[in-house]
Design a protein around this ligand. Structure first.
Ligand SMILES: Cc1cc2nc3c(=O)[nH]c(=O)nc-3n(C[C@H](O)[C@H](O)[C@H](O)COP(=O)(O)OP(=O)(O)OC[C@H]3O[C@@H](n4cnc5c(N)ncnc54)[C@H](O)[C@@H]3O)c2cc1C
Length: 481
């Protein structure tokens, strides 16, 4: 679709010339998120207020133009890629932290506030917003709500959805609604704020969020346990939970991820089949007690070495090594890049050993390199495939492996996405996972967006395969771009 010049002028009159662009470079740049996909929009807008968002959406509704809300563009499954062109709405100028009320356990922020910035603002009050996504320095609160983001602390502190008390949303007709409350408890009718969690921009534009906040733990400590068998590392995680002991984080990395991180950032991690980094937090005496339990469970589960640290610098080094996995994998092989395919499954915690072993077998059978890591204590595993992005054969092998990985996850009672969302990259498998939810999702979409202008073609509306709209110049796949 091409947007007429008069319309671009009308858009510019709402947000100002500087915040409306049809320059080729901007359209190209805003055609990406952090996934394998790309498609140019027709216009990029950067509103500053809810009123501007409402005017822009009203105009889009009048003209039947697709609207794709966008936060930090860190999404990994193509959810913010405007596959039908139209208007990409960058919300990062809406970055005001409007209220911090720790005595009421909440804060109110505009959707474009970046996760780390919010936690910097909450730190002096000794509170925090806990989900801790790996992308915290760039992702926005609006994007986190729209994907139900979470991270390494979800096992103890939950995901974004557990903190959303209320929302301001601009609906597809341009009207502004307020859902939820500023109270910790609320039984006041349908919990509509939950409807927008995980909606990936398909039901409206989230402009403001009321978030519950949590007190910061007073202290923390970490154990780094090394294993000669991947399945022992998986078993360690569920052995820990069944003590019972709920760690604040448990990060598992297999040998491929360890090698990649040691090569790329000289992390000095043990050269073994798998490691678990286990963090406990809370009151200092409880942390010391739990640390001993973690050490004992790790040894009982078959750890060959166990290192313990309460030193903030050492813990930061380990955490930073884990955070660098994604980028490090791309530097493991000369012609290979790490791509987000089947990157974010979750299984019941006790099924982790079976899942990680199955992923390795599937990789071997399909001749693809798969690095497995993740926040294992909440059942969430990431896999990244290393492949030559210019080879159709490599993509096809990857696609086959993805299908088998997702079939395994579904058969283990899991979900194809634990935190990154669906977008396009997981859409066909989401339908396989929940065939009976599809109809209800479609009805909700039609009721709230009858013209289908909000991020059209995503989630349950996606009809293609996953190797499509590729950002890479793969000549044999150019017809699917
Ligand atoms: C290095 C790296 C590490 C990551 N680690 C994690 C992790 O640990 N945990 C995790 O959950 N995710 C992780 N992610 C994925 C990503 O950061 C999250 O999905 C994040 O929540 C996306 O936020 P964003 O602001 O970048 O949203 P975008 O990518 O801009 O958008 C994502 C989706 O949300 C919609 N959206 C954005 N803003 C709004 C709004 N205001 N209203 C309505 N819809 C909106 C978009 O239309 C799109 O569908 C990681 C990504 C990277 C690149």
């Amino acid at each position: 679709m091409n947007i007429k010049e008069e319309l671009v002028s009308e858009i510019a009159s709402i947000v100002g010339e500087d915040n409306c662009s049809t320059r080729i470079a901007d359209l190209y740049t805003y055609g990406f998120d952090s996934s394998i996909h790309h498609h140019d929009p027709d216009v990029v807008v950067r509103p500053r207020s809810t009123s501007e968002v409402a005017q822009l959406v009203s105009l889009a509704a009048r003209e039947g133009i697709p609207v794709v809300p966008r936060g930090g563009g860190t999404g990994l499954c193509g959810a913010a890629v405007p596959i039908h062109g139209g208007m990409v709405m960058d919300l990062t100028r809406m970055d005001v932290i409007k209220e911090v009320r720790v005595n009421d356990l909440y804060c109110v922020v505009q959707a474009g506030v970046v996760y780390d910035r919010l936690n910097e603002a909450l730190a002096p009050y000794r509170f925090f917003f806990p989900p801790t996504p790996g992308s915290g320095e760039a992702c926005t609160i609006g994007g986190m709500v729209a994907t139900n983001a979470s991270g390494m602390r979800a096992v103890k502190y939950g995901a974004t959805r557990d903190y959303v008390l209320g929302l301001e949303v601009v609906l597809a007709d341009g009207s502004i609604i307020h859902v939820g409350t500023n109270t910790i408890k609320n039984s006041s009718g349908y919990q509509l704020e939950r409807l927008f969690v995980g909606s990936e921009g398909t039901l409206g534009v989230i402009t403001e969020v009321t978030l519950k906040v949590a007190p910061r733990p007073k202290s923390s400590a970490m154990v780094l346990a090394a294993f000669d068998r991947l399945e022992d590392a998986g078993a360690c995680v569920s052995n820990l939970i069944s003590v019972p002991l709920i760690p604040s984080a448990t990060e598992l990395m297999d040998d491929i991820c360890i090698r990649a991180v040691n090569k790329a950032v000289r992390a000095g991690l043990p050269d073994v089949q798998a490691i678990c980094m286990i963090e406990v937090d809370g009151e200092p005496d409880i942390v010391s007690k739990e640390l001993r339990t973690v050490e004992e469970v790790a040894r009982r589960s078959g750890a060959s070495t166990v290192q313990v640290s309460e030193d903030a610098k050492q813990m930061a080094r380990w955490t930073s090594a884990r955070k660098s996995v994604m980028s490090a994998l791309s530097r493991l092989g000369d012609d290979l890049v790490s791509v987000s395919l089947a990157d974010d499954m979750a299984v019941p915690i006790s099924r982790i050993p079976e899942a990680v072993v199955a992923f390795h077998r599937i990789a071997e059978e399909n001749h693809v390199i798969v690095g497995t890591y993740g926040h294992a204590a909440d059942g969430n595993l990431h896999t990244k495939m290393l492949l030559d992005p210019c080879s159709e054969e490599a993509w096809r092998r990857g696609e086959r492996a993805v299908g088998q990985i997702f079939d395994t996850v579904i058969s283990l009672g899991g979900t194809v996405t634990g935190e990154h969302g669906v977008g396009m990259s997981k859409a066909p498998y989401m339908m396989r996972e929940r065939p009976d939810a599809w109809g209800t999702m479609m009805k909700l979409k039609k009721a709230l967006d009858p013209q289908n202008i909000m991020n059209p073609g995503k989630l349950m509306q996606w009809e293609g395969g996953i190797i499509c709209h590729l950002r890479y110049p793969c000549p044999d796949l150019s017809s699917s771009r």
